[in-house]
Design a protein around this ligand. Structure first.
Ligand code: AP5
Length: 217
């Protein structure tokens, strides 16, 4: 099963990808997580992209496609994968098709998680993460402990640089302009499904499970 989770920033792609990964035993590939790790490690790539991430803009397509090409070549992707936050532009979608056709693995299914913008602004302004292990906390959903330390690893709980309201709105604008055209692109190919991401996490997951069971029939 080769899945793409499409959706605006904060729609719940990462949250659902983790559940799909656990249930179906296929890896979550989050380009955002990969880039943030590079930034944290201060690698050459990390230094190059840090300001782009902080501004809420998109990293150039050629860099992203190289990351994806390498990642999809790893053995754990043989059985399938969940792409979370990729593709984000039409050239990225075309690049992905090329990579998959070289591997004779063209069968993609796209699930869009839809959430209105104002809900997203509230969600993302309330998000906190562990700077060490990346665990997600949310002031509305699952608040972090008062000492500000992650119960899983003891790391410091912080707000993502790009989760400031001004940057959230910028990311939403980038989504509207550069990523939303992918919805029509994939709808035209007949491999597109949409779920209502305003429901609670478990309900969204149930809808996704239903789609996956239909696809696998
Ligand atoms: P990335 O990390 O991919 O950020 P994003 O797409 O903006 O996604 P988020 O992680 O913010 O949201 P999500 O949809 O995963 O939601 P989540 O489950 O976390 O990218 C960051 C940056 O990297 C980009 O801006 C860009 O610079 C660069 N980049 C990455 N990929 C790129 C690419 N392909 N091309 C170019 N540049 C790229 O949930 C959000 C919050 O809501 C959480 O706190 C969660 O607990 C809560 N929540 C989730 N579901 C629910 C629910 N059902 N109800 C209530 N709360 C919920």
């Amino acid at each position: 099963m080769n899945l793409i989770l499409l959706g605006a920033p904060g729609a719940g792609k990462g949250t659902q990808a983790k559940r799909i990964m656990e249930k179906y035993n296929i890896p979550q590939i989050s380009t955002g997580d990969i880039l943030r790790n590079e930034v944290q490690e201060k690698s050459e790539l990390g230094l190059k992209v840090k300001n782009i991430l902080d501004r809420g803009e998109l990293v150039p397509d050629n860099i992203i496609l190289e990351i994806i090409r390498k990642r999809l070549n790893q053995p754990d992707c043989q059985k399938g994968f969940i792409l979370d936050g990729f593709p984000r532009t039409i050239p990225q979608a075309e690049g992905l098709e090329k990579i998959l056709s070289e591997k004779d693995r063209k069968h993609l299914r796209i699930i869009e998680i839809y959430v209105p913008e104002e809900t997203i602004v509230r969600r993302l302004s309330s998000r906190r993460i562990c700077a060490n292990c990346g665990k997600d906390y949310n002031l509305m959903l699952n608040p972090p402990p008062p000492d500000g330390r992650c119960p899983v690893c003891g790391g410091k709980i912080i707000q993502r640089e790009d989760d400031q309201e001004k940057t959230i709105r910028k990311r939403l604008k980038v989504f509207r302009e550069q990523t939303e055209p992918l919805i029509e692109y994939y709808k035209d190919k007949g491999i597109f499904y949409r779920v209502d991401g305003q429901q609670d996490v478990q309900e969204v997951f149930k809808e996704i499970e239903n789609i996956i069971s239909k696809v696998e029939e």
